[in-house]
Design a protein around this ligand. Structure first.
Ligand SMILES: [Zn+2]
Length: 242
């Protein structure tokens, strides 16, 4: 066996990229048939926030900010910048490093830029385990979209708002269902109340991705928890997805 040449390893990486991209795009197509996702799309329209046709997209998230999941968590753009992405090797990639986000936040605090959360959903294609993982991530982001639509929340500046929408997204997406937790090797002996703990743990990680809120992420999540864990809107009750 000869040693790998640089060209061979570049080629292997390109092949892997293509596999990840095709797989991610397939999951987005199949999500249009997922009843929960269809329901949330329908609710968004009824709330007056018609989702754009390219709401959900696959991106290369190498070096992205945010902790653990399949989705870029903080999506802020200044009003003069349309898309939260740059071209990297001719492909779209998640643009925001922590430095960039902090730069934008500093500008906002100086009154130089007006930031908004973009109504776009990025799946980080190299972090998807399987179809249900991808669809849970999409449900998670659609819950944020519903929250942004139904209230005048400002999750960039208001850390309680951010904690609340993260709690709801973790809770209602099924990401903390016991089967998912078991697959992740996280289901310990304390079965009772595990869902709440999981929602809390993951919500704290998400809130930490916002530099405005990172310092006291656990306090914000604790303060918002009871109210927001109970709030199952737009579902009548918790959608037990399995
Ligand atoms: Zn989130």
């Amino acid at each position: 066996m000869s040693a790998d040449t640089a060209a061979e390893s570049v080629q292997r990486e390109e092949e892997l990229n293509k596999i990840n991209r095709d797989r991610c795009e397939k999951y987005i197509r199949s999500s249009k048939r997922n009843v929960t996702i269809k329901f949330l799309y329908d609710r968004l329209t009824k709330l007056g926030c018609d989702p754009p046709s390219d709401l959900m997209r696959c991106l290369d998230c190498t070096g992205r900010v945010g902790g653990f999941g399949a989705v870029e968590e903080i999506q802020v753009v200044s009003s003069d910048r349309k898309r939260n992405s740059i071209k990297k090797n001719g492909e779209e990639a998640c643009a925001q490093t922590r430095d960039e986000i902090e730069g934008l936040l500093a500008k906002q605090n100086d009154g130089e830029a007006k930031l908004r959360l973009v109504p776009e959903i990025y799946l980080c294609r190299q972090h998807l385990r399987d179809e249900s993982h991808a669809h849970e991530a999409l449900v998670h982001e659609l819950i944020h979209a519903v929250d942004m639509c139904r209230t005048k929340m400002d999750p960039i500046k208001n850390c309680i708002h951010m904690a609340c929408t993260e709690i709801r997204a973790e809770n209602l997406s099924g990401e903390c269902h016991w089967m998912r937790e078991m697959q992740n090797g996280r289901l310990a002996t304390d079965f009772v109340g595990h869902g709440e703990k999981c929602v809390k743990r993951r919500a704290i990680l998400s809130v930490k991705a916002n530099p405005n809120c990172a310092d006291k992420a656990d306090e914000y999540v604790e303060a918002a928890f009871d109210r927001c864990f109970k709030d199952t809107f737009p579902f009548d009750r918790h959608p037990n997805l399995r």
